[in-house]
Design a protein around this ligand. Sequence first.
Ligand SMILES: C[S@@+](CC[C@H](N)C(=O)[O-])C[C@H]1O[C@@H](n2cnc3c(N)ncnc32)[C@H](O)[C@@H]1O
Length: 312
Amino acid sequence: MKNYEKKRAKNNRTTFVAEEEISDLKKHLLSKSSKNTSPLNKIINLSMEDGIGLVEDNSVDLLFLDPPYNLTKDYGNNTFKQTKQSKYESIFENWFLLLLPKLKTTASIYVCCDWKTSQAIFNVLKRHVIVQNRITWEREKGRGAKSNWKNCSEDVWFATLSSDYIFNVDAVKLKRKVIAPYRVNGEAKDWQHEAGQKFRLTHPSNLWTDITIPFWSMPENTDHPTQKPEKLVAKTILASTNENDLVLDPFIGSGTTAVVAKKLGRKYIGIELNEEYCCLAEKRLTMADESPDIQGYKDGVFWERNSLSDQK
Ligand SMILES: C[S@@+](CC[C@H](N)C(=O)[O-])C[C@H]1O[C@@H](n2cnc3c(N)ncnc32)[C@H](O)[C@@H]1O
């Protein structure tokens, strides 16, 4: 069944592409015949191996990589088949080597993975770039297991090409309710009163517990099987780029990275093999003009999970 044929509940806010929208959305995509067209702020509907040639060398400030994990997964017109860890490492390395020349020497790289692929990704990164950190984020959803721990986390490796890189720490602070407000000489220690509540702004760590996986009542939700939350991508873009910098995502799926880059005033280039996902990305990019909000990010800070009613 096509995604636009699915029956959805009235309050289901999932974004999907209707059949009659496809031909208009397709007109915005770049493809094989787009050799002399600038890929800036475009989605390229090709494999990354074919599409990467359209991207200028030394032009990218941030590479966001969310490749197929080493799991058998159906992406509509392409299926990634689980393989040996060593084979996955070499597949990832081949992709990575095509991307490296596109990066500025000041660029940052983020690579998403699960615990099974994390080591293979690390092995490749440490051979070619400087690994700065491993972020682990709590993936609230996840299947319960009878004879194992429920898998509820994923990793994002953070690497740079040199020691000269951007890190805007003040742009990615976390706003949390204070549970035990500490005072010195009667004065609040590192927290503020706001609308009768007590809040603290904290430095971001490499353990992210404030991320919500998109679900059916959120307009950022799509039918893409492995869509990343906008809030997660926003943290990487705000920390590691300045306005107008260029963000590249060669496995852009439903368009999350491009949408967030646009909402935050950055340039983007996305590459994706599946035409339906590319159209979804284009539709979300249009929607971003009307609703530039990023759920969980308000007034320049990231709010803890389930705090929507406090974000006034
Ligand atoms: C993990 S998903 C990315 C999801 C994306 N971050 C999002 O938020 O929607 C990986 C994507 O890579 C695409 N893909 C797989 N192999 C590819 C290739 N060789 N070149 C370009 N895209 C590819 C798949 O169709 C899939 O949409």
